[in-house]
Design a binder for this molecule. Structure first.
Ligand code: ZN
Length: 196
């Protein structure tokens, strides 16, 4: 009869709207509200329902940890127009938290372990690298427009987690100074605290 099957969020069971849903690995969907509780950089197409559920629980635990320790963490703050970028670092726990354009839509801030950051080695897929001094864990790359001018800068790093493999923090081209400073601050922290 051609009646469209109604789809529901596999976590909260809410009925889904076509434009507001995320597909999981096995073809099930979650709603935007549930997506907001997951990791901002997660590849949900590589997760099943159970993995998403445990990711949300982990995010809630991380958020609690972050809220409890936030005050004592080192903070670097960048203002880029209407957007604020904050890097929180904790030398004792060897973790950092990023609060950026990408994370502000999400419920919980992601906590990253320094030792799970891998040196970034896939920059050759990009058109340009603006930061090439020595070994870098965090790299800044530019996305160029038709005329070869930088349109957007990404501060990128690879993360050793099959569900969160690549982290890309976006900066408008006018904020290259801030993007570089963010990249440098993160690199310095990782280089200082990473145990080889
Ligand atoms: Zn839901």
């Amino acid at each position: 009869m051609g009646i469209l099957k109604k789809l529901n969020c596999c976590l909260c069971k809410k009925e889904l709207r076509v434009t507001r849903r995320t597909k999981l690995q096995n073809g099930e969907y979650i709603c935007d509200e549930c997506r907001r509780a997951t990791h901002p950089y997660a590849h949900l197409d590589r997760c099943n329902k159970e993995e998403v559920q445990s990711m949300i629980l982990q995010m809630q635990k991380d958020e609690k940890l972050f809220e409890d320790n936030k005050v004592s963490m080192e903070k670097v703050h960048f203002v880029c127009g209407i957007h604020k970028y904050t890097l929180y670092t904790d030398e004792y726990e060897k973790v950092f938290v990023i609060d950026t354009i990408e994370t502000e839509m999400f419920k919980y801030k992601p906590i990253f372990q320094v030792n799970q950051v891998k040196a970034y080695s896939h920059i050759n897929t990009e058109k340009m690298s603006v930061n090439d001094e020595g070994i870098r864990y965090v790299t800044i790359v530019a996305k160029l427009d038709d005329k070869g001018k930088p349109r957007i800068y990404y501060v990128k790093f690879l993360y050793d987690n099959p569900k969160i493999q690549k982290v890309k923090i976006r900066f408008e081209a006018t904020y290259v100074k801030e993007a570089r400073a963010f990249c440098k601050a993160l690199n310095t922290f990782i280089q200082k605290n990473k145990v080889e």
